[in-house]
Design a binder for this molecule. Structure first.
Ligand code: PLP
Length: 411
């Protein structure tokens, strides 16, 4: 019976992830029901009119949401400590909706220079068609944000830790600035999930997620979330997501609700595996640099310790011999898979310069520090010793090729 009565207490995160969903309140069912209906009927015309005009709560058409998704949105709002949440069809849908909600023709946005390649592409190719301009700013020094402000600046957008270089930004310090200047601060929290970091608690106004990654955690759903104030979320639902048709389906919402139940267990394992991998790579003679916030040598290690509950599951590193070595290394891996995504049970590697950040110009990539030898690794849930064995064997392969003069050095 317990599940029926627990919804008013604020539980620890591990408990919140498993309990609190509307099906428990309504029917007592332990798992969330999938409600795939697109259309909803009304008892009478008056009710229909009031629901459509927003005077009465209710669902009238699936493009604006569905019952399964509402249960997930309620959970996401609780997890991120926001007033409301909106579930959408991908992380990029979440990012573009959040930006479009605060920006219109003639506006300018300040963006951290370390952003996911898709965000970069949206800002450079689509946003300018709607008269929106932006500036990349090194937000590791928050004072740079003030210097970059213009009369028409309407928002600040950051990602921390960043993809793929794991740059960590001081959310609290940046939020103090954005509050002083009355600008909304939008934070991409994909790499952390609310399990490890809650930007709204540190003063951010809006959180966005690619739920395709850790939140779902099984590599079988594309989804995104926006969490923030009710008025902002309502505007995004009614005027952007619904009109552009970017809703998350009931089936996908169900899978994420299921995935979330194990988020805590998964994230702890991802973090511990990533830490062991980062330590191994740091000590390897063929590895030039390792980027992992959990390493004491990481430039923002102290900020990471202050604002993150764990150091995350992503490690990126550069091999000494550049592109050729990176390719040889990735091809030699037997357990880790070459893949675009991250946060899955499988260990995944990718080459940002030619994969996730391919759409950036050479100049922008160089400015962002994405070198040809850089590899991003998403630590999976396998045994850490097996992942490290796989990495060691692959490094041994390139070492051998180098000795035999078979590796064409690009650096
Ligand atoms: C940090 C970050 N934000 C957003 C996205 C975009 O998410 P999606 O692929 O779900 O659109 C990604 C994808 O890799 C990401 O790494």
């Amino acid at each position: 019976m317990g599940g029926w009565f627990i919804v008013d207490k604020h539980w620890e995160m591990d408990t919140e992830l498993i309990h609190r969903h509307s099906e428990q309140k309504q029917t007592g069912a332990v798992a969330q029901a999938i409600v795939p209906a697109v259309a909803y009927s009304f008892a009478d015309c008056q009710t229909a009119m009031e629901v459509v005009s927003g005077k009465q709560e209710g669902t009238y058409y699936g493009r604006y949401g569905n019952e399964t998704l509402y249960a997930l949105e309620e959970k996401m709002a609780v997890l991120e400590n926001g007033e409301a949440a909106l579930g959408v069809s991908s992380g990029m849908a979440a990012i573009s909706i959040a930006l479009l909600a605060f920006l219109k023709y003639g506006d300018h946005v300040i963006v951290t220079k370390d952003v996911y390649g898709g965000t970069h592409k949206f800002l450079t190719s689509l946003a300018p068609r709607f008269g929106i301009t932006f500036n990349y700013v090194d937000c590791t020094n928050p004072a740079n944000i003030i210097r970059a402000m213009r009369d028409n600046t309407k928002a600040v957008y950051i990602e921390t830790p960043s993809n793929p270089l794991l740059t960590v930004l001081d959310i609290e310090a940046i939020a103090k600035i954005t509050k002083r200047y009355g600008l909304p601060l939008i934070v991409d929290n994909t790499f952390m999930s609310p399990y490890l970091q809650k930007p709204l608690n540190m003063g951010a106004d809006v959180v966005v997620h690619s739920a395709t990654k850790y939140l779902n955690g099984h590599g079988d759903v594309l989804a995104g979330f926006i969490v923030g104030r009710t008025e902002h979320i309502q505007f995004m639902r009614q005027n952007i997501m619904g009109d552009l048709g970017q809703v998350l389906s009931a089936w996908d919402a169900f899978l994420i609700l299921r995935g979330l139940k194990t988020l805590g267990l998964r994230v702890e394992r991802h973090c511990s595996n990533a830490h062991q991998i980062a330590a191994f790579l740091s000590a390897h003679p063929l590895v030039e640099t390792v980027h992992y916030p959990g390493l004491e040598c990481h430039p923002q290690h102290e900020i990471a310790r202050k604002q993150m509950q764990g150091m995350g599951g992503i490690v990126s590193f550069e091999l000494k011999d550049g592109l050729e070595a990176a390719k040889e290394f990735m091809d030699a891996l037997k357990l880790a898979m070459i893949s675009f995504s991250l946060g899955d049970p499988e260990t995944l590697v990718q080459h940002p310069a030619t994969m996730t950040h391919f759409s950036m110009s050479d100049k922008d990539r160089t400015a962002a520090g994405i070198t040809d030898g850089l590899i991003r690794l998403s630590a999976g849930l396998e045994s850490a010793s097996d992942i490290i064995y796989d990495l060691e064997e692959a490094l041994q392969t390139i070492n051998q090729k180098e000795k035999e003069g078979l590796l064409w050095k690009t650096v």
